[in-house]
Design a protein around this ligand. Structure first.
Ligand code: GLN
Length: 452
């Protein structure tokens, strides 16, 4: 994999940082363990993994795709990183992403975009385009992403790989640089459903270091993926979400989705249509709540604590240095979100914007509950469009936000959702999204493995 990275990453740019020596040492340690007859510590021991640059890695660069964290070396490992290391997975390096995970194309990275291995003139999706592209280009067999509004699933769909957002609270956020804390969730990225399930079981589980971590057994996703692979979905009801197959989709994407639904029916599933009317409002509500949380979370980048510091020449006040540092260190989209969030939270506007958005969130949860009364899992396309050309949407933030249409509802409600490849349209990959209720992540794995 290191050779493959050296060969293709100059063109793909999936990685921001590769630590060959650390990866080789970790691999050697697994070999020694086996040679000493101690057996592998986990089924994935020795299998390399790429980690999105939003998760802290001890003593190794963690930039979040931002200039403001350039040069910062975390003094600790994120819980996810710790679990990967403990399970014997050599970490190849850190993958490119939209700055602070804000974006849908990886073009907001301060270090330049990642290119889609299927067509180097196109984006790989975002914000976790680096992790998805690393898989699609065979630079890594496994990767970690984070999903606040779709950043694992949408890049999965656009690169023909599998991306899973586990139930909120089942994978620790300790050491995951916060964007919108009530949505942020780390999860596995892989080329097959079973690989994703194996990685899922390595990283999931209760963590006292994360106040929102759920103290419950990890859903049996590996078993479900194995059961699904037998290809029998009889007894299972699949709900097609009416609101996610309407306007705004590229026609080819809808056709691929319909073919996937027909295949689920052939595998024995009962297919019904469900309606989730408030999903129509989810996107607008998300783009108020997420920037509101971001405006508070990003206040910590004050030029004192981390990374970049600009203009500290002894003549300026702390406030001036903070202002100069933020101006130079944050990109345009991050500034836009901070301003939107600060505005939405200001006295006098709070009820009109943030308050209404939170009410929409409750409605989205209720829609999911009602739908799960009629179906075991729900399905939709993952992204309404296939990978678009680099530069095509950079000047139109609203068009960029629209790409998250189908992924955001799951983050609003907190349940599980994944994307599994479902064919090509004009030579570009399309994803099938499967939603499961909270802590029932295994249902999605079973369906996706059967479909795959
Ligand atoms: N595209 C969405 C945003 O910009 C989602 C990003 C994510 O899931 N991190 O907020």
């Amino acid at each position: 994999h290191l050779d493959r990275i050296a060969a293709v990453d100059p063109a793909v740019h999936a990685f921001l940082h590769v630590d060959a020596e650390a990866a080789l040492n970790a691999a050697k340690a697994v070999d020694e363990e086996l040679a000493a007859g101690r057996g592998p510590v986990s089924p994935l021991a020795g299998v390399p993994v790429a980690v999105k640059d939003v998760l802290a890695t001890l003593g190794s660069p963690t930039t979040c795709g931002s200039r403001i964290l350039e040069g910062w070396l975390p003094p600790y490992d994120a819980t996810v990183t710790q679990r990967l290391i403990a399970a014997g997975l050599p970490v190849l390096g850190k993958t490119n992403m939209d700055e602070f995970a804000m974006g849908s194309s990886t073009e907001n990275s301060a270090y330049g975009p990642t290119r889609n291995p299927w067509d180097l003139d196109r984006i790989p999706g975002g914000s976790g385009g680096g992790s998805a592209a690393a898989l699609a280009a065979f630079e890594a067999p496994l990767a970690i992403g984070t999903d606040t509004g779709g950043s694992i699933r949408q890049p999965g769909a656009m690169t023909g790989t599998v991306g899973v957002k586990p139930t909120y609270g089942t994978v620790s956020r300790y050491g995951l640089v916060a964007y919108a804390s009530s949505f942020d969730q780390a999860g596995p990225c892989a080329r097959t459903v079973l690989d994703a399930a194996l990685l899922h079981e390595v990283i999931a589980g209760h963590d006292p270091m994360d106040a929102t971590s759920i103290d419950a057994p990890v859903p049996p996703v590996v078993d479900a993926a194995r059961r699904g692979a037998t290809g029998d979905l009889s007894g299972l009801t699949v709900g097609v979400v009416r609101e996610l197959v309407g306007e705004g989709h590229q026609p080819g994407v809808l056709a691929a989705f319909e073919a996937a639904v027909a295949q689920l029916r052939d595998l024995g599933a009962t297919v019904v249509e469900v309606s989730c009317p408030s999903f129509d409002l989810a996107l607008s509500a998300y783009y108020l709540i997420a920037p509101s949380e971001a405006s508070s979370n990003l206040a910590r980048f004050d030029a004192m604590r981390y990374g970049l510091r600009v203009g500290d020449d002894g003549t300026r006040s702390a406030e001036e240095v903070m202002s100069l540092t933020r101006d130079a260190g944050f990109g345009a989209e991050v500034k836009r979100r901070i301003i939107i969030g600060t505005y939405a939270l200001s006295a006098g506007y709070y009820d009109a914007y943030y308050g209404s958005a939170q009410k929409v969130r409750t409605l989205v949860k209720r829609d999911f509950e009602a739908a799960y009364g009629q179906a075991d899992v729900l399905v939709s396309p993952t992204s309404p469009v296939t990978a678009f050309r680099i530069g095509e949407k950079v000047d139109d933030p609203l068009a960029m936000y629209q790409v998250d249409l189908c992924t955001i509802p799951s983050n609003m409600a907190g349940g599980a959702a994944l994307s599994v490849p479902c064919g090509l349209v004009d030579g570009l990959p399309v994803g099938l999204q499967v939603f499961s209720p909270a802590l029932q992540d295994h249902r999605g794995y079973q369906v996706a493995a059967a479909y795959e």
